[in-house]
Every structure is written in C-alpha cells, then in structure tokens.
Design a binder for this molecule. Sequence first.
Ligand SMILES: [Zn+2]
Length: 91
Amino acid sequence: MPSYTFRCPACGDFTLFFKSMSGSKEQIDCPACQQESMRVYAPPLVSTSSKGLMNRIERGMEPRRMTREQLGPNQTDKKPRIANRPWQVGN
Ligand SMILES: [Zn+2]
C-alpha cells in the first residue's frame, strides 16, 4: 500500500495510506484541519536506518564481546536468576 507524507501548515507532517496510486497525490486536505497540505518528498528511511543499523551492529557487537570477556568468569552466563541463589553467588 503506497503511503504519502504531507505537510500541513498547522499540524505538521502526516502520512496517509492509499489503496491505489490512481491520481496525483501532490496535494491533499489535512484530515485534521482541512488545510491544504503539500506532499513531502522525504528521503526514504533506507539510508538513515541502514546507517543506523550498521552503527548498531558495530556498537552492539564490540561492547558485548568485551563485556562478556570481562564479566565472563564472574558472571555465570546470562541468567540473573541464578544470582538469587546464595550457593551460586559464592562460586
Ligand atoms: Zn492540519
């Protein structure tokens, strides 16, 4: 389903979904205040999200690995419940 983002001068950006792409959707009335809202050609989220995903992966992998190595001997895996058991904590 194609979605279009429009910018209402009063409400700001809003996105509408259309069942078909028939007709031009360059302009539409704001569903909230019925003001003319021009279509916004926002850059697709792909570039931002992919870049953010890469950063997330890079950041997520390295600290996690270091943390696991640092806390590995002291922390028994990733089961916090075990810490509740005194006989395991002393280990
Ligand atoms: Zn509006």
